[in-house]
Design a protein around this ligand. Sequence first.
Ligand code: CP
Length: 326
Amino acid sequence: MQTNLRGKDLISTQDWSKEELDTLFDVAFDLKRKRALNQPHAYLRDKVLAMLFFYSSTRTRASFESGMAQLGGHAQFIESRTTQISHGDTAKEIGEILGRYTDGLAIRKSDWGEEGQKYLREVAEASRVPVLNMQCDYYHPFQILADMMTIMEKKGDPRGLTINVSYAYASSYLKPMSVPQSLILLMTRYGMNVRLTRPPEFKLMPDIVEQAKENAKKSRGSFEILDDFDAGMKGADVVYAKSWGCMLTTEDNDEAFEIGKKYTDWITDEKRMATASDGAIYMHCLPADRNIEVTDGVIDGEQSVVYDEAENRLHAQKAAMALTMA
Ligand code: CP
């Protein structure tokens, strides 16, 4: 267990050692137990978290805000359009100034490109308090920490389990790549057999794929890339199939939607789930395009753990805040 995490940013899980991540999970399960038992756990009394959103959210906002209240502190919801950022407040100024008012800065800036990632790093450089990544263009670390908690709860030790991180078709909008990228980065740290299943146009960032391969080598897990939706499902213990945009193939949104239409049959349905391992679980970070990415029968079915997964956002985030902002 690592006891010196005060002030540490959490922008990517790659920035935390395995022992630090293990500490976070340990604290998260403890906080979950305490909430279930209605035991007070106000570890952040009088502390303030600024939550700066450049993009909409249901789960992330609600879980961070509830988490801070349960820890005895306060969360400020700041919608970027209501600030002076568009009139000139720089990343450095946001880090310097909000860092002096608060005890932690959480930021969501998830448009396509490098901008979100760079912005978080610039704010962190200037800030005297920890910066927590509520999703950028590269990473969604708190989603994936909650996902790992859920796998541990439902399946036990993740070592040796096979997870299929798969593309699925969606028509609603071009979803970011941050979830599959963070999934392959964290699940390979824990000795899982990670399958990345995607059509050829839906590649993830090469540098992140390389890091996942390295992680798998170190953890004695495995990492493979498939381009056949059905092959990815076969024998998987964890099915995590969701959409993302093919932004590395084209930056033209119309073209990206057209390419996606070639893969409308990449939908998780009961027939596909039946080919996964006995006791396989279905995961999705939500929101999902129902009956396009996944059938109602699967997402509402017995194998689905999506609501426990969403709940675990609360516990994982409280652990990170309690460890870094105390
Ligand atoms: N999964 C997730 O991050 O949900 P929101 O976009 O609603 O926060």
